[in-house]
Design a protein around this ligand. Structure first.
Ligand code: MOS
Length: 735
């Protein structure tokens, strides 16, 4: 069956500039805030000379730790794990280079920036503890966080002696895989425009979870949740960076309240690297023990990381391969003088899959076995630790279909065997698995007299295609064309389940489509029920008093008549008719995940060591594909995101200062078109009806998972060099 597909309904608004992102909002009387950040990595502010800045043209006020704008409430519970532990401008302590030290508010953005440059800060500096390379040698146990699975050791069986199990295995590999810090680098920076009226806040702020953002803002600002309105219909990329509330939104809101006028705060590209979150560096030791026939007997997956946010062992090993002996552990390097870590696209999964899928390739080499055959020998039908069956898994077909599309059978197992002029050509593959799920969610469906219907939910579209998915799903549920469905999202006042529940984040965990679409079906059914009732009871209805009225294709049918819903609502002069519906809870009897098999071809110049991506094929099993175009966009973007980690990305921290020396998009390298190639994406089509009636599973982060390993494995096949530290740059290939 052909998968449904549709152009993005927001495409025209985006390419014409009609789509208004947070910082595109300009309000009457608005002032501009510009953040100032520290130039030491550890120590204290001794004094701040604000005289020249205060005297500069247009300056309204300058906030520092001495006159912090009011944050009466505590930070939300998950701050300190996923976001900053301190209020903005909390005190004179400096914990990392690039920490916020002041907010200058002026009549224009130019005046705010100019004045900011006149501020002189005197520091008492201490040597920063900013080197992860040093810190990882003396890691500590992670904090124990009730209710959070991250950071907790996992063993199978409970008393496993993993070293003994590894020692007893016939073949072993054990290596350490290092991943540097990475930054989300979304196109739209964190920005907020805040305005208060009669004690109520309206804030335009790019977020993945409008309702969660409102809860966090209300908590910190010390106001009722109902007094905070987050508006965020368009988000220019997020990747986890906009899942939690960061200083720019808090400062805009607090300064606007203090000044009694709207305030806009936009983060500079350099500031994004430090005042908002990043993916922490990690170092993983991965050991695999196996029989000579390829059956894995033992897996040790030990990680050291700056933060428990990134837990590659927990996120990876329990869902990939069968093994009787398993030991997963996370250690952390606490109190480092580094910016705060947060979730970033496939948190834990990206780093974990690089280590595990590289190690599997190393094991295949050691065994002299095809990497796909090795994976099939250890195929999991249920989760490794609990043994929970997977709802719907066709990874085996991904391997087979991918191998055929890519021409895997033409691969030589001998490294360096294939050349093309000055280029060594290598092929590599990897597995990608991403947990999938959904949360009960509320959607409102409303019929309107003009013949359209709204489908509303406080979810977010960070470029993912959610606007379009909501229109398509609404069209399917109401049996009308998608252009008659008007989605509403990106607004904290729209329906969402669990207000007051901090677990409601909106578009995270690649779960927006799987979460929202089943709720649309439920709400549509409720709304149709209301509409039928209306048709038979409302004054002016041609079907007044009729029996057995039914809804079909946008019309009410009964008593030998058919009335379109728009016509009905016009005749009854009732405005609109609609209802909310909430999706049922997930069936906990299954484990849910999306799968892909990645295949990568690289070329490495034999003289310069320059690695180039030349081909990439991925075959994806993500349940029902609700929009083939946006699904493909997501996988393509995800694969490139993972390949960026393989090829380029690294936040470089200067040892002596703790400064990120490449905190800009000239020096922090990201792939451009010349660095990539057509990504061949093929979707299997197995709707996961155990997950939900729409059968859709997660896609957004899946492409990212495993992509770096496929690249690294191809590099090995091309060169015989096993690079275990990302990114794989030419200096490492020349060494
Ligand atoms: Mo994703 S890192 O859950 O936004």
């Amino acid at each position: 069956m052909a998968q449904p597909t549709m152009n993005r309904i927001d495409a025209r608004a985006k390419v014409t500039g009609a789509a208004k992102y947070a910082s595109d909002h300009n309000l009457p009387g608005m002032a501009y805030g510009h953040m100032v950040t520290s130039t030491i990595g550890n120590g204290q502010i001794v004094s701040m000379d604000l005289g020249a800045a205060r005297a500069a043209g247009g300056v309204i006020d300058i906030y520092t730790h001495d006159n912090q704008p009011s944050f009466p409430g505590a930070l939300p519970g998950l701050a300190g794990i996923f976001a900053e532990t301190r209020h903005p401008l909390a005190d004179r302590e400096i914990h990392y280079y690039g920490q916020l030290v002041a907010l200058v508010v002026a009549d224009t953005i130019e005046q705010a920036r100019d004045a900011a440059a006149l501020i002189k800060v005197t520091y008492a500096a201490r040597p920063p503890k900013s080197s992860f390379e040093d810190a990882k040698r003396s890691p500590a146990d992670p904090p124990s966080l009730p209710g959070l699975p991250l950071g907790q050791p996992i063993k199978k069986p409970q008393d496993v002696d993993i070293e003994a199990a590894l020692a007893a295995s016939q073949v072993r590999v054990e290596q350490t895989y290092d991943v540097p810090p990475r930054h989300h680098s979304m196109m739209e920076p964190h920005a907020a425009v805040a305005a208060w009226q009669s004690g109520k806040l309206t804030i335009y702020s790019g977020t993945q979870g409008p309702a969660a953002h409102a809860m966090e803002l209300a908590a910190v600002l010390g106001v009722e949740l109902s007094d905070v309105h987050v508006v965020s219909p368009y988000v220019g990329g997020a990747f986890g960076g906009k899942a939690f509330t960061w200083a720019p939104a808090l400062l805009a809101a607090a300064a606007a309240r203090a000044l009694g006028r709207p305030v806009k705060v936009v983060t500079s590209r350099e500031q994004l690297f430090t005042v908002t979150g990043h993916r922490a560096a990690s170092s993983q030791t991965l050991a695999l023990g196996a029989y000579r026939d390829g059956r894995v007997t033992a897996i040790k997956h030990h990680t050291t990381c700056q933060s428990i946010v990134e837990d590659p062992g927990y996120r990876t090993t329990p869902k990939y391969y069968a093994a009787p002996n398993v030991d997963i552990k996370l250690m952390v390097t606490p109190d480092m003088n580094l910016p705060t870590a947060t979730i970033m696209r496939a948190p834990g999964d990206e780093a974990g899959s690089f280590a595990l899928e590289s190690a599997m390739d190393e094991l295949a080499v050691r065994l002299g076995m095809d990497p796909i055959e090795l994976r099939m020998k250890n195929y999991l039908e249920s989760t490794l630790i609990e043994g929970t069956p997977y709802s719907s898994k066709h990874l085996d077909e991904c391997y087979r279909a991918g191998a055929a599309r890519f021409g895997w059978s033409r691969r030589s197992a001998q490294p360096g065997a294939v050349t093309d002029g000055d280029w060594l050509v290598g092929l590599g593959m990897s597995t990608a698995i991403l947990d999938s799920g959904r949360a009960p969610t509320t959607v409102r469906v409303t019929f309107r007299p003009n013949g359209t219907a709204t489908v509303a939910c406080a979810t977010s579209d960070a470029g993912t295609g959610m606007w379009t998915i909501m229109a398509m799903t609404g069209a399917r549920a109401l049996e009308v064309s998608a252009d008659r469905i008007k989605p509403a999202l990106g607004d904290s006042w729209l329906p969402v389940v669990g207000n007051g529940n901090p677990d409601v984040y909106g578009a995270v965990g690649s779960a927006a489509t799987s979460t929202v679409t089943p709720a649309i079906l439920v709400a549509a059914k409720e709304a149709i029920g209301k509409l039928v009732e209306h048709a038979t009871t409302a004054e002016g209805s041609p079907l007044l008093g009729a029996r057995d009225v039914r809804y079909e294709g946008g019309s009410l049918i009964g008593a030998g008549k058919a009335v379109a819903f728009g016509e009905l609502l016009t005749l009854t002069r009732s405005g609109e008719v609609g209802a909310q519906g909430t999706s049922a809870a997930l069936d906990e009897g299954y484990a849910y995940a999306s799968y892909a098999a990645h295949f990568c071809e690289v070329r490495v110049n034999r003289w310069t060591g320059e690695p180039r991506l030349s081909r990439f094929t991925t075959v994806v099993d993500a349940g029902a594909i609700l929009n083939a175009q946006t699904a493909r966009n997501q996988i393509t973007g995800g694969v490139l995101f993972g390949l960026a980690a393989a090829m380029f990305e690294e936040g470089k921290v200067e040892g002596a200062t703790g400064r990120i020396s490449n905190a800009n998009l000239a020096d922090y390298l990201l792939p451009i078109n010349a660095d990539t190639t057509e990504i061949d994406v093929h979707f299997l089509d197995y709707p996961d009806t155990r997950l939900s009636p729409t059968g859709a599973r997660g896609i957004g982060e899946l492409g990212t998972v495993g992509a770096a390993a496929a690249f690294a494995n191809a590099i090995y096949n091309a060169t015989g060099k096993r690079i275990r530290t990302l990114p794989i740059t030419l200096d490492k290939l020349l060494a």
